[in-house]
Design a binder for this molecule. Sequence first.
Ligand code: MN
Length: 730
Amino acid sequence: MNPAPALTMDLQSLVDLLPDLTPNDRALIERAYFKAEVAHAGQFRKSGEPYFTHCVAVAHILAEMKLDAEAIAAALMHDIVEDTSITIEELRVEFGTTIASIVDGVTKLKNLPLKPEGDKKSRSADRELEYIRKMALAMGDDVRVVLVKLADRLHNMRTLGYMSPDKQAVIAKETLDIFAPLANRLGIWQLKWELEDLSFRYLDAEAYRIIAASIDERRADREAYLNRIIESLRKELAQYNVHNSIITGRPKHIYSIHKKMERKGLPFDQIYDVRAVRVIVDTKPECYIALGVVHNLWRPIPNEFDDYIAAPKDNFYQSLHTAVLDTQGKTIEIQIRTKEMHEHAEYGIAAHWRYKEGTSRNNDDAFERRIAFLRRLMEFGRDAEDAASFVDTMKTEVFQDRVYAFTPKGDIVDMPKGATPVDFAYFIHTDIGHRCRGAKVHGKLVNLNYVLKTGDQVEIVVSKRGGPSLDWLNPNLGFVTTARAREKIRYWFRKQNREKNILAGREVLEREMKRLGVLDTTPFETVAKWFNYDKLDDFLANVGAGDINGGQIANKILEIERREQEERERQQLKARPASVPLDISNGINIMGTSGLLVNMGRCCNPMPGDKIVGFVTRGRGVTVHRQDCVNIAHESDRLIDVTWGRQSQEQRYSVPIEIIAYDREGLMRDISTVIADERVNMSTVIVNTRQNIATFQLTIELSSIPQLTRILTRLENIASVTEARRRMTS
Ligand code: MN
């Protein structure tokens, strides 16, 4: 258990562990190595060694597991952001998003408290598991964050001897409570058993010493016995033409022996008496041949046979399990599997990141990894001891629909996905919700409709007094997404007096109508009627109480307009003469006009999306060609601009809008960001700037009406924008 000597931990020994590296991947690891070495220069560990040795050791652990180059590079740099002046942005520029986000994930984990504060005694095993699950989620989609973190912890455990005894106890307990179960949950036995044994060594030094000594004492006997078993098995397998088998005694780890002794109340001798052998063969049929051989050699114990090859466990674990009695009547446990199955069993989720030369990963692969990860985490309750938490897991259902955020104190707040800071505030306390005025995530101010991500640390800024905003009830604005918060806000407004509600309601109505440009053309009473209210004040009071929100008002106004518009169009259609020329334009606009006689060029057969140009024929209207069509290559004066019009029948709403703002640098960029973000098309942009006031006139194409109010609100929230509203055209 001594720390591995630092001198062997150089770059060469690291890449030697990964013989199949491509030149690119090798260069990546080298760059990360030197980046970290320079960054940590002058820093030292408790052991007196340069700090950088820790980074290399962590990378070593992952390289031994044959992880990919990205994981190794991230491991080398895992402490760089926390402990040196290098920023995540710098890493992103130099090493790309993937590696930067792994390092970022590992860094963020440091800011998570490892234990919920307070109730240390009352925590049950269930809560422990629940906590692990949430922490695992806080790490995000990329499980390599967890793998780096586990390797980091493993190396810290291997070098724990340099810490003070009370620190040793705390860290060892944490490792046993959190990290070993996490490794177990991810199926990484390699890490799990070593973390457990190291923790146990510090937590119960005496028990550890006794078991270790006993194992040592009996080692010779045991090995001789196992060698005999292995030898006879090998010979027998060869008879059946299974030549490539690897047969090993399965080591029992100190902590697992200890636990079994405790659980079964048995002395060491009887626990250690169980012999365990693993047979690894090349192919699946050979697994069954080996099974037959085993059952032929020794007497199988009934009910001890499990075929996880035909019926894999949910975590994809595959193996044949059986137990037999040897000639002296002692139990031998035997596992039989292929190399591939073995790799999966040993490395669990980490097997998904095993280095394979020349395989480029695509999105599907990433998706698969995520699924595998989630399935792993869902693997609660396979054991009886997990039953309670399994039920719990099922209750919180598919927990990818949950988001787990943290208070500054480190308490976890468990909310449905899509929750905002306002939701978060209401989850903490109703009063915090009512007085919520702003929020910080990881110390940075965010909008109140920011969508929280798992792992976010959220701080709510509250006012001394005052209540919620009516805007929070408008679903288009996205301030509140949970029913729980919405109910509390409604209740607050219902308790306000009618006078106040009418005033507040009038404000909301006025603002919505102004935005839509109908304030001067439509009386308030008309809108009230649309909502089936005879008295305006009753309507306003209900708006002010939050029962009708601004979004509903906007939708109603636009909906009615649309109906009127449709009615007008129907009337026009009726009035149209019967002899309208047939529109065969296939959705082609010519110089901005549609409905002209158009032919498609047979020579180049333009398809929607192609760059096209129109050719004015003599007497046959316009023919449309691809811009690169040879037949029009030498034409110029008879070419006209044509564009593809609307292709599908999908409904789109063209809405002209106007934005008024104090002009500043980057304003246009901010506006187009919002538009692009909402995935709407923008046509015709006109900008006028007069004495520092910029007026933008644009037309946007919406797929749904409610989108409009949201976009207008978002535009209005842009710095220096004073107004964003629909522009009425005559
Ligand atoms: Mn570290």
